[in-house]
Design a protein around this ligand. Sequence first.
Ligand SMILES: C[S@@+](CC[C@H](N)C(=O)[O-])C[C@H]1O[C@@H](n2cnc3c(N)ncnc32)[C@H](O)[C@@H]1O
Length: 215
Amino acid sequence: MKILESAPHRYDAGINMLSLGRIDRLKKEIAENYISPGDNVLDIGCGTGTLAILCAERRASVIGFDISPQMLNIAQRKIEERHLGEKIELREMGATQMDSAFEDERFDKVVSTLVFSELYSDEQKYVLRQTFRILKPGGLLIIADEVKPNSLLKRSLHLVVRIPLAVITYVFTQTTTRELREIERAITDAGFRMIFTKRSLLGSLGLFVAKKAER
Ligand SMILES: C[S@@+](CC[C@H](N)C(=O)[O-])C[C@H]1O[C@@H](n2cnc3c(N)ncnc32)[C@H](O)[C@@H]1O
């Protein structure tokens, strides 16, 4: 974590460089297309706070949590620089503590980028069930993450992108990632209806938007 502490800007720059700018563009797309003024938003694994900040700039109230205090320190600094302290609350906690952390139907939107790929399958299912519980009826779950490309050609080309991405993620967060498989089924198994999916970066980066039914 010394690298992070001495040069905290590197995580954002590194991830963005390795995804050829797609990660930043996806976060902007999420905020612009799905976040409305007054929304209560939860950012699962908020990391350095980029998406939480974009949501707050759209006048949403955001809670971002992350298991890494180093990532949260960077997020806190960025939030203070932008004077968004009143709109964003950061919490240091693990995703598997969600059952005791948030009450039922607390949020309008739950967002999470590049985090599900760091969770085990059982953890993903738990987080999806909890997300369903804490979303209001009609609320949205928005996930963007690494996925396995569909075609063999895309899978081969994707390795060129994935290997350095995995290395930088490990260097900066001390965690490993694996591409999401069958995330759409896990999302619908948790009770959601998929309303939008798209893939970019040789089919290796997926955006998944799912809705909890209105009452
Ligand atoms: C690749 S970073 C993504 C950060 C941010 N969401 C983004 O898109 O830039 C993954 C983040 O997930 C966090 N994380 C991993 N496992 C977690 C868990 N079980 N609970 C909470 N956060 C977790 C890591 O600490 C890290 O900040």
